[in-house]
Design a protein around this ligand. Structure first.
Ligand code: ADP
Ligand code: MG
Length: 614
């Protein structure tokens, strides 16, 4: 007997389904694309519980006859490719004939469809690839799909699904991608019976603005370029509206969304020198190329595409976006008189990073006990030493250049924290206890060399530990704002804010949504002035744009608050303040790394110092 057996169809279908349908959002994408391919001018998407309860897509497209209505659920059933040559000149979204077979294999499907020419249509119910009913039915022209119990027979997949919020975010992403690519089509999106989008047909600019919010209109810079190889159109957002997340980067080719690091690089290059640090340009770029010159077949879910002429397209992207930014006079607004000039974009900073220099009086030697006051006693008693050291010996907290210690240490093979911790108790034998460089690095001699503490990170860790402790039992102390902060939010951000409102309140953030704006009336009292905005940005990014397990959100949000609060310039001008930081740091359960896994402490061993002077 042969050991090899052919898999039964239903198992083969389930396996194939895994590639095409990864989550509810994949179903939404496939059904919407089919509706577009069927020539629909109106497509309604109706979602319940992030697609876990229901995904419904209704279109007014061509519809199917009773034969095709059954056939479409077979694997490799497609009306879009007849010959091998067709594969190379695709204008439709689908072509593999896999989507419906996959969906039907792993869910309960109800489909109704009617051709324009017919007076009655057909309704088919399928469960796990099996047709359970197939009846004539009076239904509107076009096709409607209802998908329920997705992954009911693939528990591994079902358990793998993320929180409703994350799954819903994926659905909205797919919806937006299709909607942006087809501004001539009327789309609606409902989630749990509330209307999220009602996008009436119009020109591309209208569609972009309808999806992103009305304020976007003034921020768009149009791009356009025609050449033999590629036609390019779309918009970039003015650099000052760059986002902290990559959320709004849309590339389409022949009205199909795709991802490309290579083209993304071209676009970012066009923005070089115009963006603030750690912000990302937003763009909506539509390429049109001869369909024979692209291969959409490289990726099962088709978000990566191969281009024959990619180098040429790269340079056209770069030059046309640069031109557009120049034409709209974006570059000159970034002059040094601008309010934000203190925070210049990375590319414009005083060019080469000078070799780390620490301004010191070379006669000063921290290891020489005679240079400072008597060595005995606690750290607190050494305040004169410390300030003397600063004033007399030129360890300026402001004017000394920051040494790039983090890089410096990364090449050191220094002992790990467990070995370092006790050293702090033993540093008293030398005349000087701590000193600061550039107000951020606390140097403190230890028996085997120097311990260096990143002060801001230490402070972040201290705040985090205190906040998380209090958060577990009580709401974090909140202060009312004299003037409420108004912040424009995207639809997705509003949903995220509303669904996390309770937790945000516990964290000290109290606000109200009015239209598409958040009116923030109270914030955690650890935040002040400019750190409020930073914290708010981080919080919104965390709840609306990052994929975080439910249980992790609180930790992430508390971390955001601590990180932002720690940005405020610390007053470390007295030895007491420095000692306080050190002592509180060592009271934290974890004093080696911040909650974001950034190193707080390192040591510079005597051997490694010797090494340098050999
Ligand atoms: P593909 O889109 O790759 O052809 P699908 O499995 O998505 O494969 O769909 C199979 C076929 O079913 C399509 O080729 C099309 O003929 C038909 N079909 C699917 N959805 C619709 C729809 N909404 N309206 C009309 N025909 C449809
Ligand atoms: Mg399809």
């Amino acid at each position: 007997m042969s050991l090899i057996q052919l898999l039964p169809d239903h198992i083969a279908n389930q396996i194939a389904a895994g590639e095409v349908i990864q989550r509810p959002a994949s179903v939404v994408k496939e059904l919407m694309e089919n509706a577009i391919d069927a020539g629909a001018t109106k497509i309604d998407v109706n979602i319940k519980e992030s697609g876990k309860a229901l995904i419904q897509v209704v279109d007014n497209g061509s519809g199917m006859n009773s034969e095709d209505a059954l056939l479409c659920f077979e694997r490799h059933a497609t009306s879009k490719v007849r010959t091998a040559d067709d594969l190379f000149s695709l204008v439709t979204k689908g072509f593999r004939g896999e989507a419906l077979a996959s969906i039907a294999a792993i869910s309960h499907v109800e489909m109704r469809t009617r051709l324009e020419a017919e007076s009655t249509g057909i309704q088919i119910n399928i469960e796990g690839s099996k047709v359970v009913s197939n009846v004539e039915e009076a239904c509107p022209q076009g096709t409607s799909f209802e998908i329920k119990n997705l992954f009911y027979n693939v528990p591994a997949r079902r358990n793998f699904l993320k929180s409703n919020q994350v799954e819903y975010r994926h659905i909205q992403d797919e919806f937006e991608r299709v909607a942006l690519a087809h501004s001539e089509v009327h789309f609606t999106l409902h989630h749990n019976d509330s209307e999220i989008y009602n996008l009436t047909p119009g020109i591309l600019r209208k569609r972009v603005v309808d999806v992103l919010g009305r304020k976007t209109n003034d921020r768009l810079v149009p791009i356009e370029e025609s050449s033999e190889i590629v036609d390019l159109k779309g918009f970039v957002l003015k650099p000052e509206f760059a986002k902290k997340t990559r959320g709004e980067q849309f590339l389409f080719v022949n009205n199909r969304f795709f991802k490309s690091q290579y083209f993304n690089h071209a676009i970012n290059k066009a923005f070089q020198g115009l963006l603030q640090e750690r912000t990302f340009a937003s763009y909506f770029v539509f390429l049109n190329v001869d369909s024979q010159k692209i291969d959409v077949n490289v990726h099962p879910t088709k978000t990566e595409i191969k281009f024959e002429e990619e180098k040429f397209i790269y340079s056209i992207l770069l030059s046309s976006i640069r031109l557009a930014l120049g034409k709209y006079n974006i570059a000159p607004t970034l002059d040094f008189d601008r309010e934000t000039s203190f925070d210049l974009p990375a590319g414009m900073r005083s060019q080469p990073y000078n070799e780390p220099v620490i301004k010191v009086n070379h006669n000063f030697n921290p290891f020489t006990p005679t240079q400072s006051a008597p060595s005995a006693g606690s750290r607190g008693k050494k305040s004169e030493n410390f300030s003397e050291a600063i004033t007399k010996h030129g360890f300026g907290t402001e004017d000394a250049k920051t040494a790039d210690w983090e890089n410096f240490y990364s090449v050191e093979d220094s002992p790990k924290e467990e070995e370092q911790a006790p050293l702090i108790e033993e540093e008293t034998s030398h005349g000087i206890s701590q000193f600061l460089i550039k107000g951020n690095y606390i140097f403190t001699p230890s028996k085997s060399g120097f311990m260096v503490i990143h002060a801001r990170r230490a402070y972040e860790q201290i705040l985090y530990s205190a906040l998380i402790k209090s958060f577990i039992t009580n709401p974090i102390e909140s202060q009312a704002l004299l003037f409420p902060i108004e912040k424009e939010l995207s639809k997705n951000e509003i949903t995220a804010w509303e669904s996390n409102a309770k937790m945000l309140k516990q964290l000290g953030f109290i606000g109200e949504i009015k239209e598409d704006e958040l009116h923030l009336t109270a914030v955690p009292s650890v935040l002040q002035d400019e750190t409020i905005q930073k914290a708010l940005d981080r919080i919104i990014e965390t709840i609306a744009h990052r994929e975080i397990e439910k249980g992790e959100i609180a930790h992430e949000l508390v971390h955001s608050i601590a990180r932002s609060a720690a940005m405020k310039k610390m007053n470390l001008n007295s030895i007491e303040a420095v000692n306080d930081i050190i002592e509180r740091l060592f009271q934290c359960e974890n004093h080696t790394y911040t909650p974001g896994n950034k190193q707080i402490i390192d040591t510079l061993s005597l051997e490694s110092i010797d090494e340098k002077f050999r």
